[in-house]
Design a protein around this ligand. Sequence first.
Ligand SMILES: [Cu+2]
Length: 121
Amino acid sequence: MKTKTIMITLLACLLGFSTTFAQSNDKKEIDWKTDTLKVFGKCNMCKETIESALKKKDGIKSKNWNMNTKLLVVTYNPDVITLDAIHHKVANAGYDTDKVKAPDNAYDKLDNCCKYQRTEN
Ligand SMILES: [Cu+2]
């Protein structure tokens, strides 16, 4: 009787363990992607605006815009957001990227100190 109880307990443990294992195996690892894009901005306030346009809930893991190089390095979950969508998010915050031009009304909303020189095209 005692042996049976032990056996059942052991079996239950094993079953529980294998289920946990299967679950963690099922859960897909996030295949983070890192890309660099050019974003035309000027100062530290631009940095704030550019970086806060990219949010964690949108699949962004990290972002860092360099004021001197104008390069934004962004790590994101490609299952959640595309690089194209990232360009658009930055552009909608008022900043031209190397691919997407910011809407004029978004640019106009920027603080005067942040009004970077736009290229004509
Ligand atoms: Cu600025």
